[in-house]
Design a protein around this ligand. Structure first.
Ligand code: ZN
Length: 332
């Protein structure tokens, strides 16, 4: 299910917010505005106002506000699309206009899952030079895969290739560890980075149950914040997502250097009605922005920001700390 052919405005116009609210709590119906005891704080007076004309609610005491979708999301702790289904009784139909073929599904065997868990445990936690980034790197479990002979060898070929690299563990939407992406260390300390021909990034293999294009980096961490804010930031790289999380935008996920896949589109459109895409200001970034715009603009409210040439969220974070983010993203 996605937002394709789904007219959000029409649903808002068709379902009275007072009727929707009355499914969950008692509402005193008045003409232009109805009132209720606010379900979002310990309310003693009816502080919540429901305005059918504006299809919105607002609590004067705790500040809770939104529309029928956020109301249902908060009452049911569900995703945006689940809220749409609850409101409409699932009576609308959707169809994907760009019928992209689905990717084959990768199967994560119990043996590989166990080996992944061991690989994660052996990572040496990575401490970035920029102190403001450290908490995000710790939370998202970034580490270096040790190469020391004291460490038992990694069992699978795809994990052996990642030894000596900076490792970004990849988890599914539900938090399951599905694979790793390993970046060359630039300090020349590892055998991998001594080899100039080595690719910058290597990933767990498809044979080991990792379908890179089926996941969005940091989604398991971003999810509660996406549900709370109904906004989702999409960036290109792992480091960009980490910088965004550190800068106070934990509702950020990264493509992880892949092109947008049908699975990504399904994930993105099921999560948030407001999508903010931050892409690098270089030629590939602009090309990616155009591709993303083509596929997403008609589905969700999407705003695309192309960053200054040669910059990405990580580089801007290192240069300007949090100031840039406040300036660029505030009130977005
Ligand atoms: Zn309230």
């Amino acid at each position: 299910m996605n937002h394709s052919n789904l007219d959000i405005a029409a649903i808002k116009a068709r379902y009275n917010i007072v009727d929707v609210a009355a499914r969950y709590f008692s509402v005193t119906r008045r003409g232009v505005r109805s009132v209720a005891l606010c379900p979002f704080h310990a309310d003693r007076h009816p502080s919540l106002t429901l305005s059918p004309n504006h299809a919105s609610y607002h609590c004067f005491a705790c500040g809770a506000k939104g529309d029928i979708f956020s109301l249902v999301q908060q009452m049911e702790h569900c995703t945006f699309m689940e809220a749409v289904a609850r409101i409409t009784g699932g009576t609308f139909t959707t169809q994907t206009p760009h019928a992209l073929p689905p990717l084959p599904e990768a199967v994560l065997s119990p043996e590989t899952a166990a080996e992944n868990a061991r690989f994660l445990q052996r990572l040496i936690p990575y401490t970035p030079a920029c102190a403001a980034l450290r908490e995000a790197y710790r939370t998202l479990e970034v580490g270096i895969a040790p190469t020391s002979p004291a460490v038992p060898p990694y069992e699978t070929y795809s994990l052996r290739r990642l030894a000596g690299r900076l490792i970004f563990p990849i988890r599914s939407k539900t938090g399951e560890l599905v694979g790793f992406s390993g970046r060359l260390l630039t300090d020349g300390a590892s055998p991998a980075s001594a080899n100039k021909a080595a690719p910058k990034y290597l990933n767990s293999s498809f044979a080991d149950g990792f379908a890179k294009g089926a996941h969005l980096y940091a989604l398991h961490r971003a999810l509660p914040f996406v549900q709370q804010t109904r906004k989702l930031y999409l960036v290109e790289g792992y480091k960009d997502a980490l910088a965004m999380h550190a800068a106070g935008f934990p509702n950020t996920v990264a493509l992880g250097g892949t092109a947008l896949t049908p699975q990504h589109i399904a994930l993105l459109t099921s999560l948030a009605p407001q999508l903010y895409v931050l892409l690098d200001g270089d030629a590939p970034g602009i090309a990616a922005a155009q591709q993303i715009a083509k596929q997403l603009l008609h589905i969700v409210t999407t705003r695309i920001y192309v960053l200054p040439d040669g910059e990405d969220p990580d580089s801007l974070m290192q240069k300007h700390a949090f100031g840039w983010f406040d300036l660029f993203l505030s009130d977005k």
